[in-house]
Design a protein around this ligand. Structure first.
Ligand code: TMP
Ligand code: ASP
Length: 250
């Protein structure tokens, strides 16, 4: 790598973030650790880091082509990418196109209900609190972001959804829901940060109707369905087919 890795800045459940010799650039290593239910369930899945890194890189590039700013700068190797240093806003923005998961556990909305417009849920990112769902009023009370920044975050998240739905549709994948993390760079610009991968999206294979076989995301791990890496590999294969040459960071 031409960029020189510096000290470890942060280690999360699925990634490590390192400083670099460039002030505004940090290096992200995607790990093979899989966790669910706030890390109560934990496993090493050989190759997961590479698959999520490769998928994320291409999805970030797709967003950029749509004019959506992201922290992504380029790949360094199979499991590492360079990204802009951002201050991550401790909120998780979830967009739901089809009702499933926690929405159906917490409300009587039947699983499979199509949600148009997509439902946007905001969670407070704090493992010790179990990432609670926030109301608009609680979000205001927390004063993490101004009202304008909050609106900007929602607009950006909906633009991401609008870009990803047809892209995945073209790969015969249905984007059921996904989680985004957003951050601000040194210039105060709002960017899509973190990752976009089968760890953070629900993706259903449109080539089958079978309710279990169609699951190509982390739900396979959460629900002990097996074939997690095969599913991520299938997503990666289709995404790579559409975007064969991601850029390298120099
Ligand atoms: P949920 O239905 O469990 O609330 O999940 C909604 C979406 O958010 C789904 O695509 C999985 C993703 N997600 C994460 O990326 N991280 C998390 O910690 C959780 C709970 C969900
Ligand atoms: N990301 C969370 C965890 O690692 C939960 C999940 O994705 O289901 O525990």
């Amino acid at each position: 790598m031409s960029v020189i890795p510096g000290p470890l800045l942060y280690e999360g459940k699925a990634k490590r973030v390192f400083a670099s010799d460039r002030e505004d650039v940090v290096l992200v290593e995607f790990k093979n650790d899989a966790t669910a239910f706030n890390a109560l369930k934990r496993e090493q899945l050989e190759d997961k880091g590479r698959l999520n890194c490769q998928i994320s890189a291409r999805l970030f590039e797709l967003l950029e082509r749509e004019g959506i700013p992201t922290h992504y700068l380029g790949l360094l190797d199979e499991t590492w990418m360079a990204v802009q240093r951002v201050e991550v806003i401790p909120l998780e923005v979830v967009l739901r196109n089809v009702a499933t998961g926690s929405l159906c556990k917490q409300t009587p909305i039947p699983a499979g209900t199509s949600l148009e417009p997509a439902l946007l849920d905001v969670y407070y990112k704090d493992d010790s609190l179990g990432d609670p769902l926030l109301t608009e009023a609680r979000l205001e009370l927390l004063q993490l972001v101004t009202r304008e920044r909050h609106r900007e975050m929602e607009t950006l998240a909906r633009r991401v959804n609008a870009a990803l739905i047809p892209f995945f549709q073209g790969l015969e994948l249905q984007l059921v829901d996904f989680k985004l993390e957003l951050g601000c760079n040194g210039q105060g610009e709002l960017l899509v940060a973190d990752e976009i991968s089968p760890d953070t999206c629900r993706l259903w294979d449109l080539r089958t109707q079978d309710p279990q076989a169609r699951i190509l995301d982390k739900d396979r791990f959460r629900q002990d369905l097996g074939g997690v890496i095969e599913a991520y590999g299938e997503v990666c294969k289709r995404v790579q087919g559409a975007c064969p040459n991601p850029r390298n960071y120099r």
